[in-house]
Design a protein around this ligand. Sequence first.
Ligand code: P1T
Length: 381
Amino acid sequence: MKFNTKTIHGGQAPDKAYGSVMPPIYQTSTYAQTTPGGHKGYEYSRTHNPTRHALEQSFASIENGDYGLAFGSGLAAIDAIIKLLSPGDEVISTNDLYGGTYRLFTKVFEKFQIKFHFVGMENISEIEKNITSKTKLIWVETPTNPMLNVIDIKAVSSIAKKYNILLAVDNTFATPYLQQPLDLGADIVMHSATKYLGGHSDVVMGALAVKDKSIADQLYFIQNASGAVCGPQDSFLVLRGIKTLHVRMQRHCENGRAVAMFLQQHSKVENVYWPGLETHPNHHIAKDQMNDFGGMLSFTTKGNNYEEAIKVVERLKVFTLAESLGGVESLAGHPASMTHASIPKEEREKTGVVDSLIRLSVGIEDEQDLVEDLRQALHGA
Ligand code: P1T
């Protein structure tokens, strides 16, 4: 089955009871048993729920995995991955990453003696320099949030395999429409399904997909034991969202290109970060690893002025100033004060998250309306 068919049919068959084409919303916490243990595969909805199960099969299918898992948020999915580790273990992570992931790593898991090294993985040799006998996981976000750095998953995977280290890839920005990390050698692929998979800014959810049964079994154990699962209604909404992922992504990519081209030639704009630009330092990797370049981009205004950047995002009318990304509507954010405020200023500035940085999640509205909105917002800058 090809990707555009998997989004609609992957892992799903008409419901056995009445043939409903969409999996029903099994809004139940528990299931009747005829005798203790005498049930139809479902006992309690933290452990299994048929609507969630249909969604988990869809996750596995679109990521070319064999096992899928759904969680109550992207961070809950990351939390489950880190719980594969033990005190004393070390993790090497991309140095540019979602602020909430950084906070989870440094403020929650460091307390449990897990050590995190944040490195610029655009230069692959940086990873090997930080590997010790305690390194158990490499955490890659690509493209990164918010600087849109592109990391060579295949190259990182060859290092991970050489040292027998797990490789997890946060595929939120790219989605499996653009890149399929398990096929490039990753052991675990993770999503904030809140974003493009759901696609309509109406659900908070996390997703994992893996090929290896023993990793899947450990993750299912953690999912059930820690209990950060999502409900059936949200599972249904994300299943519905995934059915249009490929058509939405196609338009996100087209509009992303139009906006990047517009910003690149604008006199008030300093830098544009979008992997599709030939001037992007990792464009060659993106071209190789991704099918297109996505709808996420960031830019800085000339003069690196905090107040000026804030005024630009306030003036936007079609773009909504909001946290999050990946929905059909265009959103704008100011990472330094919003999504990445939990990263200390000196740390975030090292990776380029300066005060004038503005991040755009380019939606699927009319391309000209989006460009005109940015033109008027930048006008007074
Ligand atoms: O918000 P949640 O569903 O828990 O997902 C966390 C997360 C994980 N990974 C990446 C790459 C993300 O972008 C996010 C969430 N990001 C935002 C809310 C944001 O505006 O960047």
